[in-house]
Design a protein. Structure first.
Length: 325
């Protein structure tokens, strides 16, 4: 326990290994990991997909498009492009995208003039898009080629107690993304060695590119109803260029709310937040580690453990408001 209470060393550039690992770690890293995991487990239990996907996501898309987004067929490529961006924006707070907010911590509270703050805020977001867009576009192009034969295209109901191919794809995709987020969180807390350290020494912006690639990977397993509508439309057009453009816009819509949040925090609370973060060398690390750990554990548990529990393979509690009626 003495290890956990040791005061953190001052931050130095030599100690920093990447954007997410500052070189100064939380004083009670074991407690931080435990509390973050506990909160993520509670969030996995309490999360209501009906509330977030339907009441918020679908209703927001309906309002923005001016018609029933789920029941109205996508008329063509132009309609599909608009549908992609709007539904990406409307789906910002689905269970997939909670992981995006792991990037907020390292990007807020920067000191400097208004112009410097804008550049310091925009640059990481641009690099995140650099990692996200190729993954989204490549998957969209793949859907244009072979989408009708992919698990996500299927609407078949699996036999009771079995894992459908569509669910298996989601579990694999989000399980890997969740594990990657957990490793980033543990590295930020100083529990494990920074996996991005060697890459960051050559390419300082690599961490945001990697995070962007993980965000782009959400589409590979995403079961969000409006995204599946977009997926099926892109698959039936057999147009890889349309698939690439639509999926890219879907991902850009997903991160728009987070981008606005980062800018708002930087300008609205930038000075006070920067002073609070700099008052203790381990605070930035604690915020970053907690954000990634909560996002990673939630993603892994919600998409893998919860589904296995629902199918009866393991025990997992179901919140009363999520129980089938």
């Amino acid at each position: 326990m003495s290890d956990l209470k040791r005061a953190p060393a001052p931050v130095t550039e030599a100690a920093r290994t990447s954007l997410f690992v500052s070189g100064s770690f939380p004083r009670r890293r074991g407690l931080l990991v435990l509390l973050s995991a506990a909160f993520a487990l509670f969030l996995s239990y309490a999360w209501s997909s009906k509330l977030v996907d339907t009441e918020i996501g679908v209703n927001t898309a309906n309002a923005l498009l001016g018609h029933d987004a789920h029941k109205t067929p996508i008329a063509g490529v132009a309609s599909g492009v608009l549908f992609a961006f709007v539904t990406g924006l409307a789906g910002s707070f689905t269970a997939c995208n909670i992981a995006v907010f792991g990037a907020v911590g390292p990007m807020v509270g920067r000191a400097g003039s208004r112009r410097e703050k804008l550049l310091q805020t925009a640059r990481p977001l641009v690099w995140m898009a650099v990692g996200m867009i190729p993954v989204s576009a490549a998957y969209g192009a793949l859907v244009g080629f072979v989408g009708t034969r992919m698990p996500q295209f299927s609407t078949a109901t699996a036999a009771p107690g079995t894992i459908s191919a569509r669910s298996a794809q989601s579990m694999i995709a989000f399980g890997l993304i969740g594990l990657a987020m957990i490793v980033l969180g543990l590295a930020a807390a100083g529990v494990v060695k920074d996996p991005l350290g060697p890459l960051s020494r050559r390419f300082p912006n690599a961490p945001m590119v990697v995070l962007g690639a993980l965000v782009g990977g959400f589409l590979i397993g995403r079961p969000y109803p409006l995204f599946r509508d977009l997926f099926r439309h892109a698959a039936t057009t057999h147009n890889p260029l349309y698939g690439a453009a639509a999926f890219t816009l879907q991902s850009l819509g997903n991160i728009l709310v987070m981008s606005v949040l980062v800018v708002a925090l930087t300008y609205g609370l930038g000075g006070r937040l920067q002073r609070w973060l700099s008052a203790s060398p381990g605070r930035v690390a604690a915020v970053t580690a907690a954000a990634f750990l909560v996002a990673g554990v939630f993603t892994l548990v919600y998409w893998d453990v919860r589904i296995l529990g629902r199918l009866g393979y393991i025990w997992w509690p179901t919140a009363p408001w999520n129980a089938p009626h």
